[in-house]
Design a protein around this ligand. Structure first.
Ligand code: MN
Length: 424
């Protein structure tokens, strides 16, 4: 899969500096009453799922420019996801999108074992038509005006659960592209009632040990309304469906400047935070690399998560959801996994006793400074040492480039040409 010698050679070259940096940071944190090894252990135990669709090149509404050696099918995708985990030690699972990734369960399990990956949440696709399907989703799926179309979309979600059960998944994320393009096109109330009825049918087929995730998204290009437009609607769905239904927060699915960390806090408080689709955005659902635009916001989200560590039963699912157009998707996903880990490590450094004191005494400046102090700490030596301990790469991008993996798979996988916009 990837040349282990390349990883070892790259690590050998960087090891001395890393040890010096780790010791220096350890001394610094020690003065703050923090054990660097304890932080490292938590970081080492952290994992974020990789989306199978993320290892291919995405696209915009205008065009898709395929990269070299793009995966041709789910088994190529699993190879690429395996490389990401091998180098970062941070992405132990992969999230499948059906029907794109349809394959025999035994073959999926065998490949997963070969590349050292398990299967995270299953993702359904009723936002595009497949060649063999009877009813079109042009005017919606789970909320469609036609009962037979809704039934087809429900059946697809149930089929995703069925496959997921055979490969060890424990969650279904419902993806919908339903909405309206014009005022008056849809009756908001009747449309949402149809969606809820369909979602109830899916929920009734959910195994007892599974969770169901729904994702809010304020717009699609050219949409006047989306069916699950904001976290309030998302919360209503989770509340209507039952205890195993939760809200997924995709960081890119909000208007600019929305206080996402506060949404996270609210959902935690009322037991409905299901998990995340991590990415970053400047203007909308840009699907940019996590932490590339606003790393402080990512840190503030993790600050809420670390703050909720002791909440009973709190176990949100963490997944990346990005689209890569101008970078090598493997490099982007590795960088993003490390950015998520970085935000987690920084949030672990927050002096929570001091913070509570400043909050209770209304010392706004010092409360803010307490967060900033954690955020400003360069935790890279902790992340890198956690990787080295696992036999992963001190610098995954450097090791990846030195391994020649992309050039190697480019000779095996013919370029995929044509096709329109590929953004998801
Ligand atoms: Mn998403």
């Amino acid at each position: 899969m990837i040349d282990t010698n390349a990883i070892e050679a790259a690590n050998e070259a960087a090891m001395k500096d890393l040890r010096a940096d780790y010791d220096a940071l350890g001394e610094h944190l020690d003065r703050r009453g923090i054990s660097i090894d304890a932080i490292k252990a938590k970081v080492a135990g952290y994992g974020v799922a990789v989306p199978s669709w993320g290892v291919g090149t995405g696209g915009t509404r205008f065009a898709r420019f395929p990269g070299a050696g793009e995966p041709r099918h789910i088994f190529d995708k699993l190879d690429d996801c395996g490389v990401i985990h091998r180098l970062t030690g941070a992405t132990p699972s992969v999230s499948l999108h059906i029907p794109w990734d349809n394959a025999a369960p035994g073959d999926l399990l065998a490949k997963g074992e070969e590349v050292g990956l398990t299967f995270d949440a299953m993702n359904s696709n009723t936002f595009q038509d497949q060649n063999d399907q009877a009813k079109s989703y042009k005017f919606g799926s789970l909320s469609h005006t036609d009962a037979a179309t809704r039934a087809q979309a429900v059946d697809h979600n149930l089929a995703c659960i069925e496959l997921g059960q055979k490969i060890g998944s424990k969650a279904l994320t419902i993806w919908v592209g339903d909405g309206s393009n014009f005022p008056g096109q849809s009756n908001f109330t009747r449309q949402f009632e149809r969606y809820l009825d369909s979602a109830r049918s899916i929920y009734s087929g959910l195994p007892d040990d599974w969770r169901l995730f729904t994702e809010h998204k304020m717009y699609e290009p050219a949409f006047y309304s989306t069916i699950v437009q904001d976290w309030g609607t998302n919360y209503l769905i989770a509340k209507e469906l039952g205890d195993r239904a939760f809200c997924l927060v995709d960081l890119g699915h909000h208007a600019p400047n929305v206080n996402i960390e506060m949404i996270v806090a609210r959902l935690i408080q009322f037991g409905k935070l299901g998990g995340f689709h991590f990415n970053d955005s400047k203007y909308g659902d840009d699907d940019l690399d996590t932490g590339s635009i606003d790393p402080y916001r990512l840190f503030l989200v993790f600050n809420e998560l670390v703050d909720a560590t002791d909440v009973a039963g709190f176990d949100p699912a963490h997944m990346l959801d990005q689209s890569h157009n101008v970078t090598d998707p493997i490099e982007s996903l590795m960088s993003s996994a490390m950015e998520v880990q970085r935000a987690y490590a920084q949030a672990l450094l927050v002096d929570r006793v001091a913070l509570v004191g400043y909050q209770d005494s209304n010392d706004a400046l010092m409360a803010s400074a307490t967060l900033k102090r954690a955020f400003r700490t360069d935790v890279e030596p902790i992340l890198a040492m956690a990787r080295l301990d696992k036999g992963a790469a001190i610098d995954p991008v450097v090791a990846y480039r030195q391994s020649g993996y992309r050039a190697k798979v480019a000779t095996l996988r013919p370029a995929v040409t044509g096709s329109g916009g590929g953004i998801v």
